[in-house]
Each structure stands twice: as structure tokens, then as C-alpha cells.
Design a protein around this ligand. Structure first.
Ligand code: HAM
Length: 428
């Protein structure tokens, strides 16, 4: 273990590849999560919350040949000597929870979770990132695939995002894949000598992993490689065609991309990815997912098909910024209480009353001058300043100043909450 010397300039900074999310940027984050939560509920998904760390074994099925498990996992032995890992992705923990609790299928859950991968950090690629996602277990009907994709397409639209493309592919079932992998291996090995040891190593490990490589030198061989969709068995083909018909029926545009190989070994059948040109080409996926019909069984559970996706929140917000979307965050204050009495008690009580009445209210502290408080009120972005002055109070009223127009009116104290509520409705 290597500790950071306390005098190091890095010691008290967020670790490389992580970042702090501060207001007001966090307004967009909470808006993106809330919109997702409401949407998931409309599609019949309930929230699932699993631990941030799991036994390392849980992630074995994600793929021992994948970068995420082999090279990027934050692994540690706990004080009892157990091999643990910070979750690098959200699907395996949800399936572990399904196998453990055996809820009655279909089991439809959504999550918002931080995930950890020891990656080379760059814009849109971090060592801790957040995902919102869904998993639907227990149904192999292709219409579920269509619904899951529709949920995500609608989410992006609801956030005001327009510049994205949907790529879909099928990974077939394990039998289809086994025979395809052999054909693919043969094709790739025929070129291994020219392409160096890294290429040969990848082919030996998992030829499918070569297909989604961005390595320029390999592209020609990859482009000429045989395609999995040409090697699908009858059942996989029928499923895949049915998914396409469903997307057509809902008017969701998509591109068939036989080279779409997602980064985990658990995928079977339908896979998909939403890509945005607002992101760098090397990591242009905003979200993606697919079927994992063997995963529950692989964890010792009953044979249970499953499908889901994850959306990277950081990437989503980069895209939103580029497109000028997710701006409709109405998180501003309704009122800012200005205490012109200099006593403090009335401001304390009034602020509390308004907040309990459901209004967003802030105030100044520490007996500042009225001028200083009004300045703070302006800076707070509140719609109204509520000024507690002796004159008005003697009439059981307060002065309310519209902070944009500076127009001021007197409002009876007991009507204040309702008055502010009405303004908020009016503003909408
Ligand atoms: P994934 O493609 O690894 O899939 O991640 C989903 C999304 O998370 C990506 O499209 C990307 O937006 C974001 N993401 C991934 N890694 C990073 C990173 N290092 N920094 C920033 N954002 C990142 C999964 O994790 C699967 N569990 C999805 C799934 C659910 N499949 C079936 N169900």
C-alpha cells in the first residue's frame, strides 16, 4: 500500500479520474436522475439499491477476458481476508440480488449508482462514473427488448437531446457464438503475423474483443471479418427480427451494426448502444446494454433471461451541455427573507413556516445590514425578497419585492405562503 505524503499537493485533491459535483452543476444531475426515476416508474420499474462493493466472484461472469475485470477492477482484501471489488458495472450486482432474493419474475428494477473502473482518465472517461439503468429479469419476449430500448430513446428525447443514433446487433445464443468465434478466429489468425503481438494476444483471448477495437492498423482486417448476424441460428434470428419489427412499429430509428460488441462476456442475443457525435469518437456511447440470458444461471440461480442498459450520467451531461439541453431545471429559490428588524427571531420563524409550506426559501445570517441582505437576495437568484420591517409587521404584513422588476407590494403575513405559491404556479 502506498500512502500519499501529507505535504503532497495531491493529497487533498479528489483522486485522479474522479471529480466533485457542485451546485449549480448538480442541478442538472438531479434533474437527469429525477426524469429517469419518473420515466422508469411509468414503465413499471422499481428502485433497487445494491452495495457499492461485492464479493469479487460476482464480477467473474462479467468476463475474465474483459479489460473491465482483468485490468480495471478496484479489488481489495477486506480485514477478514475476503476478496472484494468495488462494482465496475451495475448488472452483475442486480442479478446477484435477484438470485439471492428470488423475487417473482418478471422483476423490473432501475438504479442510479456510482461505478469504479481504473481507466486512463480523459473527457467522458473516469475512474468513478455514475449510471442510471434498468434491468428486466424473467422475460425473453422480444417486445421487452423493444420496450427497454424505447424507454431509453424516450429518456434522451425527454431531456431534449436530439443528436444521437441507436445501434443494434445480436450476439446470438452461446451455440451460435461458439461456431462464429471459430470462423472469426480463423479469419483473424490468418492476419496475426502482420499485426503484431498485441493483436495475436487479443485473438487468443477472445476474438470478439478484436471487433470493437479502435486500433487503426487493425481496421482493414476487422472490416473484412465475417459477421455474427450471418451465423445466427433460427431462434436467435427470429428474435432479432422481431425486435426490429417492434422498433419499426414504435417509429424508433436504428442502424444495424454487426460490429457492435459490448465490453462484457455476459451478453447474448440483442445488444444496443446509443451514440452521440457530441462525444469524442473513442467514447461516444451515452448508454448501452443488451440481453444476458445466461447470467442468473451462471450465478447459481434458476435459468432466467434478462435485459437492461446503463446510461453514463457524466457523458449524458456533456452531451446535454453540447446540445444546450436539460436546462429546464426549476431549482431556483422562491423567496429570500430579508430581516430589517435586526432581531432574528421573526426571520427564523417566518423562514421555517415558508419552508414547511413547501416553498424554497433562503435567508441571510449574522445580523447583516439590510443593504447587504438585499444584495445576497439578488445574488441568490430568488424570485422574491420577503422583507421583515417594523412598519409592515405592525400591520401583520411583510413587504415582498419582485427581485427582477424591483416592484414591491405588501402582503398579509398569513397569506404569504399561498401568495408565493400562486406566483410559482403563475411563473410555470
Ligand atoms: P457499459 O457500456 O460499460 O455497460 O456502460 C454504460 C454506460 O456508462 C456507457 O455507455 C457510458 O456512457 C458510461 N460509462 C462506462 N464507463 C465509463 C467511464 N469510465 N467513465 C464515464 N462513463 C462511463 C454497462 O455497464 C452495463 N452494465 C450496461 C447494461 C445493463 N447491460 C445490461 N444491463
Amino acid at each position: 500500500m502506498r500512502a500519499m505524503p501529507p505535504e503532497s499537493p495531491e493529497a487533498f485533491r479528489a483522486p485522479t479520474g474522479t471529480h466533485d459535483l457542485l451546485p449549480p452543476d448538480s442541478d442538472r444531475w438531479i434533474e437527469a436522475v429525477s426524469v429517469f426515476a419518473r420515466r422508469a416508474a411509468r414503465y413499471g420499474y422499481g428502485l433497487v439499491v445494491t452495495p457499492v462493493f461485492e464479493h469479487r466472484d460476482v464480477f467473474e461472469r462479467v468476463g475474465e477476458s474483459t479489460d473491465v475485470v482483468r485490468k480495471e477492477m478496484y479489488e481489495f482484501l477486506d480485514k477478514g481476508g475476503r476478496a472484494m471489488a468495488l462494482r465496475p458495472e451495475g448488472t452483475a450486482p442486480v442479478v446477484r440480488a435477484y438470485v439471492q432474493h428470488r423475487p417473482t419474475p418478471p422483476w423490473k428494477v432501475w438504479y442510479v449508482a456510482p461505478l469504479f473502473r481504473y481507466e486512463r482518465p480523459q473527457k467522458g472517461r473516469y475512474r468513478q462514473h455514475w449510471q442510471v439503468g434498468v434491468e428486466a429479469l424473467g422475460v425473453d419476449d422480444p417486445q421487452v427488448d423493444v420496450e427497454v430500448i424505447a424507454l431509453l430513446a424516450g429518456y434522451l428525447r425527454e431531456l431534449g437531446l436530439e443528436r444521437w443514433r441507436l445501434l443494434v446487433n445480436s450476439m446470438g445464443d452461446p451455440t451460435d457464438r461458439r461456431s462464429y468465434v471459430e470462423v472469426l478466429r480463423e479469419h483473424l489468425l490468418a492476419h496475426a503475423a502482420d499485426l503484431g503481438p498485441e493483436f495475436a494476444e487479443r485473438v487468443a483471448e477472445n476474438p470478439l474483443r478484436v471487433l470493437d477495437s479502435k486500433n487503426e492498423a487493425w481496421q482493414e482486417v476487422i472490416e473484412r471479418a465475417p459477421q455474427l448476424t450471418e451465423h445466427l441460428g433460427a431462434e436467435s434470428r427470429a428474435h432479432f427480427e422481431s425486435v426490429q419489427r417492434g422498433l419499426d412499429a414504435l417509429g424508433i430509428e436504428y442502424e444495424l451494426d454487426p460490429r457492435l460488441v459490448r465490453g462484457f462476456d455476459y451478453y447474448t442475443s440483442t445488444t444496443f448502444e446509443f451514440v452521440s457525435d457530441a462525444l469524442d469518437a473513442a467514447q461516444n456511447a451515452v448508454g448501452g446494454g443488451g440481453r444476458y440470458d445466461q447470467l442468473a444461471e451462471g450465478m447459481g440461480g434458476p435459468s432466467t433471461p434478462g435485459i437492461g442498459f446503463g446510461v453514463g450520467l457524466e457523458r449524458l451531461l456533456i452531451v446535454a451541455e453540447a446540445e444546450g439541453a436539460v436546462g429546464r431545471v426549476a431549482a431556483g429559490l422562491d423567496a429570500f427573507v430579508v430581516d430589517a428588524l435586526g432581531v432574528g427571531r421573526d426571520a427564523l420563524v417566518l423562514t421555517q413556516e415558508l419552508r414547511e409550506a413547501g416553498l424554497r426559501v433562503d435567508r441571510a445570517y449574522g445580523g447583516r445590514s439590510v443593504k447587504a441582505q438585499l444584495k445576497l437576495a439578488d445574488r441568490s437568484g430568488a424570485a422574491f425578497g420577503v422583507i421583515l420591517g417594523a412598519d409592515e409587521l405592525s400591520r401583520d404584513a411583510v413587504a415582498v419585492r419582485d427581485l427582477r422588476s424591483s416592484k414591491q407590494v405588501e402582503v398579509p403575513r398569513e397569506q404569504l405562503a399561498a401568495w408565493l405559491q400562486a406566483q410559482r404556479e403563475f411563473d410555470r
